[in-house]
Design a binder for this molecule. Sequence first.
Ligand SMILES: Cc1cc2nc3c(=O)[nH]c(=O)nc-3n(C[C@H](O)[C@H](O)[C@H](O)COP(=O)(O)OP(=O)(O)OC[C@H]3O[C@@H](n4cnc5c(N)ncnc54)[C@H](O)[C@@H]3O)c2cc1C
Ligand code: FES
Length: 329
Amino acid sequence: MPRITVAGSDASFECTAGDTILRAALREGIGMPYSCNVGSCGNCRFELVEGAVDHARADAPAWSERDLKRNRWLGCQAIPQGDCTVKFRSTPDALAPARPALRQAQLVSVEDVTRDIREFRFAVEGPDAFEPGQYALISAPQIASARAYSMANLPGDGLWHFQIKRVPGGALTGYLFDTLAPGGTVTLDGPYGTAYLRPDSPRDLILMAGGSGLSPMVSIARGAAATGLTAHRKVHFLYGCRSRADLFDPSLVTSIDPAISLTAVLSEPDAGWDGATGFLHDHADATFGAALAEAEIYFAGPAAMSGAIQRMAHDSGVPMTQLHFDEFY
Ligand SMILES: Cc1cc2nc3c(=O)[nH]c(=O)nc-3n(C[C@H](O)[C@H](O)[C@H](O)COP(=O)(O)OP(=O)(O)OC[C@H]3O[C@@H](n4cnc5c(N)ncnc54)[C@H](O)[C@@H]3O)c2cc1C
Ligand code: FES
């Protein structure tokens, strides 16, 4: 089994066959920085000092010819060919309470949430701990590599719920929506992600979800209610989508705790819609103004929405330590 040594430290860890350097590091409690886990964000970039690696995804968007020339690779894609020495700056922020592990999971039930989002509930083998807002990698034998999906529920009953948006022509969503039936199994790897609920902060919470970003925000809202946080802090749940046809039944959020305020913001409102309109980040800016800088802000959704929220938060003076998100593409 390849042994990975972290240059400039006394840390080293083993990497089982087929595992990536990032995932093996996190399994051993070594805080390699990361976010998306699928080659898109570049946060897990490291320098290969000695040894050789293969990249699981040769076309990873965050990896370039320039990286190759400088012997830099993505931890979430790099599979060692043998012992390696690598260089990266580890951080305890990359470590969540539960270490990620591979496990089999059986689909128990499926339920529609919106016209193109379904909740898939899986019974997981072994320990089921995760933090509200974290995600798992789902892989199926027919599909080249895993995709990330955030849990919508809270742990404790051996089930992980995922609210997943169908992507037209998408490989894994096509498999989940059209082929996998209750009783069928997938491989789950997790939990991953650092944008999870920090219940100890004294600040109000603003949760922003766009389309496929619904699942982790529902989990965080559930976590906030379960830890009693909604009794002394305001929790605002904002959901952005195009039209009324994209909305979910509001009881999905309001039944968690009536103290949570829910606002849907439509970017292409139908005639007769008298609720909020526009883009999610503009609505949050207009509604909360200076109070944004006093809140803990959690968000998830498509890359364009995520970028717009980050810029808006930066312009509003929100410290980075109060912004919680995983790159979601
Ligand atoms: C941290 C995170 C959490 C997410 N949580 C959710 C969620 O809760 N609900 C939800 O609906 N969606 C979520 N997504 C999006 C999801 O992971 C998929 O991108 C989406 O479902 C489309 O997958 P697909 O296979 O159907 O589509 P495809 O078009 O086949 O693939 C879409 C995306 O998968 C990635 N990809 C493509 N090829 C490869 C490859 N060979 N190896 C690895 N990745 C590849 C690329 O980013 C691509 O854009 C999340 C994404 C991330 C990064
Ligand atoms: S590119 Fe590896 S974690 Fe995002």
